[in-house]
Design a binder for this molecule. Structure first.
Ligand code: GDP
Length: 137
């Protein structure tokens, strides 16, 4: 079974739509293999988004990701990575298809409700960033 990492970002946690977003994963046949609510430190956010370090929006992205708690989740199922990306919708919520998480819950390109791993290889790295193997079941 494939696994992928989801992060419900501070905007969606603040809006109390965590349950609604987790339901979308489950309704799509993805199983929650691990989940926890955490506050990222600046060092955590910088390390997690290191691939974007040279992008002009890196500072804004890190500031936003530490602005409040997030919910990190390991999703498991057939084609979990692609399924999650489809449920999320486009990075910019204004371009996200109707019915996707970002179209329904996100406000802007930085406050865009969710993160999802963009490849199976990155999913393994991102899951290991947040969870020990013993905490995934
Ligand atoms: P994702 O895989 O759809 O989340 O998109 P990316 O990997 O390209 O970007 C990572 C995150 O950086 C996005 O989810 C956004 O929160 C943020 N981001 C991407 N592009 C921009 C931008 O042009 N401006 C700002 N402020 N944030 C951006």
């Amino acid at each position: 079974m494939e696994q992928t990492l989801s992060i419900i970002k501070p905007d969606a946690v603040a809006k109390s739509v965590v349950g609604k977003i987790l339901s979308r994963f489950e309704d799509a046949g993805l199983r929650i293999a691990a989940t926890k609510k955490i506050q990222l430190s600046r060092a955590d956010a910088e390390a997690f988004y290191a691939v974007h370090a040279e992008r002009p929006f890196f500072g804004e992205l890190v500031d936003f990701m530490i602005s409040g708690p997030v919910v990190v989740t390991v999703l498991e199922g057939e084609d979990a990575m692609t399924k999650n990306r489809d449920l999320m919708g486009a990075t910019n919520p204004k371009e996200a298809q109707a019915g996707t998480i970002r179209a329904d819950f996100a406000e802007s390109i930085d406050a865009n409700a969710v993160h999802g791993s963009d490849s199976v290889e990155n999913a393994a790295i991102e899951i290991a960033f947040f969870f020990a193997q013993k905490d995934i079941s």
